[in-house]
Design a protein around this ligand. Sequence first.
Ligand SMILES: [Ca+2]
Length: 225
Amino acid sequence: MYVFTVQVKDVYTKLNKLNQSFVIAIVFSPTPTDCSEFPPGTCTGVYTIQPENGPNMILFCDMNTDGGGEFETLIFCKLLSISIGNDNLYYILRQNSYQVRFDLEEVNSSTAYAVYDTIYVADESTNYQLTINGYSGTVGDSMIDVKNIPTDGMMFSTRDRDNDINPSKMCSITQKSGWCHPRCTHANINGLFMIESDSKAHFQWKSWRKDGITKTRMMDKPSNY
Ligand SMILES: [Ca+2]
């Protein structure tokens, strides 16, 4: 039997330096190890989980999309951005086999998705090396770069950590996104919200839209859920 309490967490203030944004996190006891452990009928919402031998963390759990049990690793829209971070992803994903789903929306409100059967993020000693493969969906497979090199197997780059395979560029700077860039990626899901710009830095999923993507969601769930 699960019981739950409600906590108010100042998450967005820490992440975005906003002053008056709070999120209510529902805390079950015992603490689930991921969103798939919540009892049937649990509502979509913000919850506290704790992976085995890992830290407590707050997640947005989507209990509706594609059968539920998914946790949102990234939410990007005009007003908010929440990311659980690579360390927390590692603690969750090492527990089981997971799949990942990307939901994309463009300026005219049409939507599309991609599912990859396998996702894993290794620990910091590997520079958070990403495993992602087994595409299906409606947006096409954009987990490749401009030379058709797959994103699968790449390490995470940030503006001060160049782990991509492009010797002449830092793709995290060119595309303004922390990501497992091979060369500069076709799926810039951590890019900027810039509908009108033709910059390489905005949201992109080139096999679907080069411009005009207004929302991206990345959600993971156990493969056997
Ligand atoms: Ca580089």
